[in-house]
Design a binder for this molecule. Structure first.
Ligand code: IPD
Ligand code: CA
Ligand code: CA
Length: 259
């Protein structure tokens, strides 16, 4: 283990969660809804979060936890683990193989590390503050494209069917008219951010994301040389946020469309 053991613990936890994903993926299981009929939760979400917290608490019992599927008693610790036990639940529920687990660690709300694991492709993305970003041990960096024309963008939709969704559809139209190569909607914000970090896409935006969706991915994009802001270029805090992530070179052009 490294001196703190934080990174190794996060890797252990995402691998355990990945085993749970694989156990249930493509099987029959109960699917429940949360706030809206489109916001799903499965036994895999619940079981994975329970396991992740159990693994991390085994090493750091005094730390705080912010998880999507459960509430945790607050402690005096300045450390907080931010956990999305299964990002891409709608895909998972439909046996569509695009999902992952995402874990970040923050100290006094500053991100120290982010680890995202796609168990089907066995892709482990990770970054520690000021140490670069990696995919399965290889250093990754954002794409070199410096204009919107020719770039591939990813977007996502929150679970509403209202004004913000309509606006996103309009932004897709605007981007396409600027001759981008295409827009993708993959269904896992954490993987979307990893794909910007490793250059598979040049930009990503989504109008409502929760800290567990973006915390780890934000650090991974930044450590890969990219940029993550709100839609007006503002700093993103660890709260519900509009997220714009890019390779940095097309960031201003993306903001010009999204603002
Ligand atoms: C969702 C996914 C999706 C994004 C939604 C998120 P979940 O997370 O990241 O891509 O569009 O806004 O809530 O519910 O699958 O963990
Ligand atoms: Ca999520
Ligand atoms: Ca989730």
């Amino acid at each position: 283990m490294g001196s703190s053991g934080y990174f190794e613990t996060a890797v252990l936890a995402v691998k355990e969660a990945g085993k749970i994903h694989k156990k249930y993926f493509n099987q029959k299981f109960e699917i429940n809804t949360k706030g809206t009929p489109f916001d799903l939760v499965t036994v895999a979400d619940i079981e994975a979060e329970k396991k992740i917290v159990e693994v991390i608490r085994g090493y750091f019992p005094e730390h705080n936890f912010l998880g999507e599927e459960n509430n945790y008693d607050k402690t005096d610790s300045e450390y907080k683990w931010i956990i999305d036990p299964l990002d891409g639940t709608n895909n998972f529920a439909h046996s569509l193989p695009i999902f992952c687990v995402s874990i970040a660690l923050a100290k006094n709300d500053k991100l120290l590390l982010g680890v995202i694991y796609d168990p089907l492709r066995e892709e482990l993305f990770y970054a520690e503050k000021n140490k670069g970003a990696f995919l399965n041990g290889q250093k990754i960096s954002v794409s070199n494209i410096d204009k919107l024309a020719g770039s591939l963008l990813i977007t996502g939709f929150y679970y509403d069917r209202g004004k913000d969704m309509m606006e996103t559809l309009d932004k897709i139209r605007q981007f396409l008219q600027l001759n981008i190569t295409g827009v993708r909607r993959l269904g896992s914000a954490a993987l979307d951010l990893c794909y910007v970090a490793c250059g598979r896409a040049s930009g990503f935006w989504e109008y409502v994301l929760s800290p567990w969706d973006f915390a780890a991915g934000k650090l991974i994009v930044e450590e890969a040389g990219g940029n993550v802001t709100g839609r007006f270029g503002e700093t993103v805090l660890l709260e519900k946020s509009y997220i714009v992530a890019s390779n940095g070179k097309i960031h201003k052009d993306m903001l010009d469309v999204l603002k």
